[in-house]
Design a protein around this ligand. Structure first.
Ligand code: TXA
Ligand code: MG
Length: 332
């Protein structure tokens, strides 16, 4: 499971040569390239089939690297870094002039994150050591094809991208399971662009207030904000718990085979459908969600039925992913 010194050496060699490397982070697996090399970054977009105006997150080894990539970093951003890095938080900051448009999608800002996974950190440190004095960052989106389910194991990356990636470092299953929380600190008051593992209460404790959430729909500012995303090829429907039994019975009468993803036990014994029980807390649910969606996509069913989640703020991150998965499912 733990990559060898030779694996790390080869990964650094590939990055220096402008090639791609699959790497584990604590959130999801990333598809990495040298963020200072536009030709290398272009390979990420080609491998994913991702539109070129979608900005990428630059992963760095530590706080020290921030000033190489960003300028006018506000005090609140440093506080967030102190509290949450290494960890599942991406900060959007005003970029240094030299940062390639290939990374930022031509925007004036750059997304930065110090990931909280030992393999990612080791790779970032070795990459930085290989280029003393230069800005060393790894641009890495989630290592899935555009619009599809993010990978949470090395095997998922191979399944998504196969031959397009010469090396995938295996760091085991991701601890968090959904993508990082993104906070825009580039325009005054911090604004959450993508909810994630970090709870609203924890953010409130650091910021002194619950930050505004601004999830845009359709604009390429945050690619995760496109309506259709995180999606299985099998059609996916969200169904409220109180309607679930009727819904499944109706499907059965029509001869439709369903896979159900739910934090609750089946309402009846002997359900003819595949039932995937997920943890009933938001953190555990997030951890298992993408692997469950991927499994159910391979289960040979006509429909994936996901029981709707509670509306509380602590469920916002997974509810957001599921809404988009439903919008993009069925190969739409
Ligand atoms: O957990 C994660 O964030 C994972 C791991 C690999 O670090 N990465 C990830 O990358 O989810 P990706 O590309 O799938 O999603 C990154 C999001 C995109 O929605 C992108 O639009 C947004 O970050 N982003 C990056 N730079 C930005 C910027 N300058 N302004 C606004 N949004 C930005
Ligand atoms: Mg993604």
């Amino acid at each position: 499971m733990v990559p060898s010194a030779a694996d790390f050496a080869r990964a650094v060699e590939l990055l220096l040569a402008g090639e791609l490397v699959g790497l584990p982070t604590e959130t999801v697996y990333g598809l990495g390239a040298d963020a200072a090399n536009p030709a290398a970054v272009a390979k990420i977009f080609a491998a994913k089939g991702r539109p070129a105006d979608h900005p990428l997150i630059v992963h760095v080894a530590g706080h020290d690297a921030v000033d190489q990539w960003a300028e006018q970093v506000p005090a609140v951003a440093w506080e967030l870094m102190e509290t949450f890095w290494p960890g599942p938080l991406t900060l959007i900051l005003k970029k240094q002039a030299w940062v390639p448009d290939a990374v930022t999608g031509g925007q004036e800002t750059v997304g930065l994150r110090v990931p909280g996974h030992p393999v990612a950190l080791e790779l970032l440190r070795r990459f930085a050591a290989a280029r003393p004095g230069a800005a060393a960052g790894i641009a890495a989106p989630s290592a899935n094809r555009f619009g599809r389910i993010s990978p949470t194991t090395a095997a998922h990356v191979a399944e998504e991208l196969g031959d397009a990636v010469p090396l995938i470092l295996d760091g085991g299953a991701c601890a968090v399971g959904i993508e990082s929380t993104i906070i825009d600190c580039s325009r005054g008051e911090p604004v959450v662009l993508r909810p994630g593992h970090i709870s609203p209460q924890h953010l409130e404790a650091v910021l002194g207030r619950v930050p505004a959430i601004e999830i845009s729909h359709g604009a390429p500012r945050v690619s995760g904000s496109l309506e259709a995303h995180y999606a299985p090829l099998t059609p996916l429907r969200l169904v409220a718990g109180e309607r679930l039994l009727d819904f499944l019975n109706a499907q059965r009468h029509r001869g439709g085979k369903c896979a159900v993803i739910s934090p609750n036990q089946p309402p009846q014994a002997g359900m003819p459908h595949v039932w995937r029980l997920l943890p009933a807390d938001p953190v555990g649910y997030a951890h298992d969600l993408y692997a469950a969606l991927r499994d159910m996509d391979h289960a040979g069913v006509d429909l994936i039925v996901v029981e709707s989640l509670p509306t509380g703020a602590e469920w916002a991150a997974v509810a957001d992913r599921l809404r988009r998965a439903a919008a993009g499912s069925g190969g739409a």
